[in-house]
Design a protein around this ligand. Structure first.
Ligand code: SF4
Ligand code: SF4
Length: 452
């Protein structure tokens, strides 16, 4: 018998252990004496039904050869799936912004690009490139019937002065039957309501970020004259919800706002009454950007703190918690099969970012940063093949440290931008580890409390 190494054992109760298959998410509670036999490889002493169940749930293979064959076939299936992942695009209509957030990277970038062409013409050029990328994708992988998503980002894309350009992006997307989402600070959203109502089918959601309760948010997300933006954003969220527009509300969490999350949850419930179109989520910041690292909270400590707050205030349930192993843990608790990954995100698959200066990037956090652009798309298409390959090769089967990591099918090499943007040292070829052992344990045990 061969026991896979991709297993997590978690002490649950005095005589019970939680056993998790880190490849497919199968999870079982086993007695301690069974656990002892398993880790000592004394399978001949295990009851037959336990052996059968362990083989069925792929904790156990009859031989190592069978296990290796399974891994080989899994890897090749995933590789095929990820190489042919549905393309997605981000377009940047301008880099201007109406806020002056204290941690924003973009203020530190000198955005390269000599092209300075009319913004509507640029939309045509961006979509012409998107058409060409789609054409070469379909030549390789066949007709793509999935939803093609265009994300509009900035700077701040929803500036009043961008209205014509953003309208043209909607028109261009609709013509091709693509859908749109937008990442915005939300302060000028009211000027776009008519456009959004006109393109209801095309617009999927708008992501807006708040940094906590009014006092905290207004000390960080400020206008150039120092005014806070909280009230304006809340009013615009209300307006969007009244118009049936889905708002994904991201809350960046660090040491300076974690203790106020409970009040923010109360504010959201009070103002928006669990509106189904409002999707708030918490994101524990891993990098402080230009404001430094002093407020970054260790993810495990942050998770424990957030669950504690939830125990004290049920309104905290309004937040989805986007912690690292979220998709994996959700699959366990929702009893749905886990889809293992070799790659962390779209940057290592078919995601392309086209900005208004004709630069091409792969990663969201690289936008506007010369070090991370992978080419240009105007006046001609010139891509640095090595840079693009570095992204596509960001797979757990390529990076040596990841190859033998038992968390690889959950992690997919991690996000190289999460911790390193501050020093401009994002290493696309290197692993970006997260402490999955402690995070999985912490979250599973917290969730088990709620199952009782
Ligand atoms: S920031 Fe990280 S997760 Fe986001 S696109 Fe870049 S590599 Fe992927
Ligand atoms: S980045 Fe680290 S945690 Fe992730 S798969 Fe690689 S070695 Fe494992």
């Amino acid at each position: 018998m061969f026991l896979i190494k991709e297993i997590e054992f978690i002490n649950y109760k005095d005589d019970e252990i939680i056993m998790i298959n880190l490849i497919n998410g199968a999870t079982d509670i086993i007695e301690k004496d069974i656990y002892e036999l398993i880790i000592k490889n004394e399978f001949d002493k295990l009851p037959e039904d336990v052996i059968k169940a362990m083989i069925k749930r792929r904790y156990l293979f009859k031989t190592e050869k069978q296990y290796l064959k399974f891994i080989e076939s899994l890897n090749s299936r995933l590789e095929e799936l990820e190489r042919s992942a549905t393309p997605s695009f981000l377009v940047v209509p301008s880099y201007a912004c109406n806020l002056h957030c204290i941690y924003c990277y973009e203020q530190t970038y000198m955005i390269k690009g000599t092209v300075d062409i009319d913004s509507l013409k640029m939309v045509d050029i961006q979509f012409d490139r998107i058409d060409k990328i789609m054409k070469s994708y379909e030549e390789k992988y066949g007709k793509c019937n999935d939803d093609i998503r265009i994300t509009i980002m900035g700077g701040e894309p929803l500036l009043r002065c961008n209205l014509k350009t953003v309208r043209y992006i909607f028109e261009s997307a609709k013509k091709r039957n693509y859908s749109i989402d937008i990442v915005s600070n939300g302060v000028d959203l009211n000027y776009y309501i008519d456009l959004f109502n006109e393109y209801k089918e095309t617009l999927k959601h708008i992501q807006i970020t708040v940094d906590g309760v009014k006092e905290v948010h207004d000390s960080r997300r400020i206008f150039h004259d120092g005014r806070g933006s909280f009230d304006l954003i809340m009013n615009n969220i209300k307006l969007a919800l009244e118009n049936n527009i889905q708002i994904v509300l991201r809350v960046n969490v660090d040491g300076s706002n974690i203790n106020e999350l409970s009040s923010l949850a109360d504010t959201l419930i009070e103002r928006f009454k669990n509106n189904k179109n409002l999707k708030p989520y918490l994101y524990l910041l891993q990098d402080g950007g230009c404001s430094g690292e002093q407020n970054i909270v260790d993810e495990k400590i942050g998770i424990e703190r957030i669950y504690k707050l939830e125990e004290q205030n049920p309104n905290m349930r309004v937040f989805r918690k986007k912690f690292h192993p979220e998709t994996f843990i959700e699959s366990i608790f929702n009893d749905i099969p886990y889809q293992p990954v070799l790659r962390h995100c779209g940057a290592a698959k078919n995601q392309f970012i086209l900005d208004c200066k004709a630069n091409v990037y792969k990663c969201w956090h690289g936008i506007g940063n010369n070090d991370y652009r992978v080419g240009i798309f105007y006046p001609k298409y010139e891509i640095d093949d090595e840079k693009i390959d570095n992204w596509f090769n960001r797979s757990v089967n390529v990076i040596p440290k990841c190859r033998n990591c038992k968390y690889r099918y959950i992690c997919g090499t991690g996000c190289p931008a999460a911790k390193h943007m501050n020093n401009n040292d994002m290493d696309v070829k290197g692993p970006s580890c997260v402490k999955y052992n402690e995070l999985i344990k912490t979250i599973v045990l917290e969730k088990m409390k709620n199952l009782k």
